[in-house]
Design a protein around this ligand. Structure first.
Ligand SMILES: Cc1cc2nc3c(=O)[nH]c(=O)nc-3n(C[C@H](O)[C@H](O)[C@H](O)COP(=O)(O)O)c2cc1C
Length: 281
């Protein structure tokens, strides 16, 4: 039986949501499909040994890939025996968002079967230009994406390559966004998160940050220089005390793509994983 592992990073839930839809579509077709959270893995190569096909999912940041995902790909062993697929979530457009990740995986020897982009709600909630006035329609998110997921999974299984974002125009538009984004990422790494005095020191940001960018020191919350701009803490601070934009605060946080969404779920592996059980993790 075909064994698929999806490795995903999701700052605020969109990529996790799409990963889950892909997983359940695969399982409906009686394929073993396990879901891993990149942020809670120290080493992935020995997991990969157990699977035939590797999926990679991430959110788009300025047509680029979150730093944690780039590092994860860097740590992969070169191998020619694995097939892969790549998907990304974005609010609007990324040019070659999935193709960029696919290129990095190809350099590690992977044969990429599919690349796809999924449009999801925006999670940047402190910049006025990105704020959307409309309320989120959970129903629309589901109907919009479920047909696309069916097609995506079918094509992976038929090995009928659809490589979204690989044409020269997408590559050029991706590059135009990515170069300034990487410069901004380097600049913001050290001073991205601004902490307002209304902080209640509840420790939620300490608990949920994927890069451990927050620490308590002598009863004071300190922000370190490890931010990778995922917007998780900003959207889940109970008193909205965190932001990146110097000029404006968060007014309406983004709490994920479903009503029942819990941020802690994105941080851990799926408890129903079949191939590698909890004992080995
Ligand atoms: C720092 C940052 C940069 C982003 N850049 C883009 C972009 O270039 N194009 C786009 O369509 N969406 C962009 N987005 C929106 C996210 O890609 C989108 O909301 C994504 O689905 C979030 O996924 P997650 O909930 O799994 O973190 C950006 C978000 C962040 C936080």
């Amino acid at each position: 039986m075909l064994k698929v592992a999806i490795f995903q990073f999701s700052g605020t839930g969109n990529t996790y949501y799409i990963s889950q839809l892909i997983q359940s579509e695969m399982r409906e077709k009686r394929i073993i499909c396990d879901l891993y959270a990149i942020e809670s893995l120290k080493e992935s190569n020995h997991f990969i040994d157990h699977y035939d096909v590797i999926g990679l999912g991430y959110p788009i940041y300025g047509s680029s890939i979150p730093r944690i995902v780039r590092k994860w790909i860097d740590g992969l062993r070169f191998r020619r025996d694995k097939r892969g697929f790549v998907f990304c979530t974005q609010m609007m457009y990324s040019g070659d968002g999935a193709a960029y990740g696919a290129r990095l995986l190809r350099k590690k020897g992977y044969h990429i079967l599919q690349q796809e982009h999924f449009n999801m709600p925006n999670n940047i909630t402190d910049y006025k230009i990105f704020r959307t006035k409309k309320a989120i329609s959970y129903e629309k998110i589901e109907t919009k994406n479920s047909k696309k997921i069916q097609r995506f999974v079918k094509n992976i299984l038929l090995e009928k390559g659809f490589l979204k974002g690989s044409n020269p125009i997408s590559l050029a538009l991706g590059l135009v966004q990515r170069v300034p984004y990487h410069q901004m990422e380097r600049r913001l790494m050290n001073h991205a998160i601004l902490l307002e005095p209304n902080c209640i020191k509840c420790g939620k940001c300490v608990e949920i940050c994927p890069t451990k960018n927050f620490v308590f020191k002598e009863d004071l919350l300190k922000v370190r220089n490890r931010c990778m701009l995922c917007y998780r803490c900003i959207n889940h601070c109970p008193v909205l005390a965190l932001h990146i934009n110097k000029k404006s605060l968060v007014d309406k946080p983004y709490h994920g793509p479903t009503m029942q969404f819990k941020i802690r779920d994105v941080m851990t592996h799926d408890p129903t994983n079949e191939v590698i059980d909890e004992m080995e993790l």
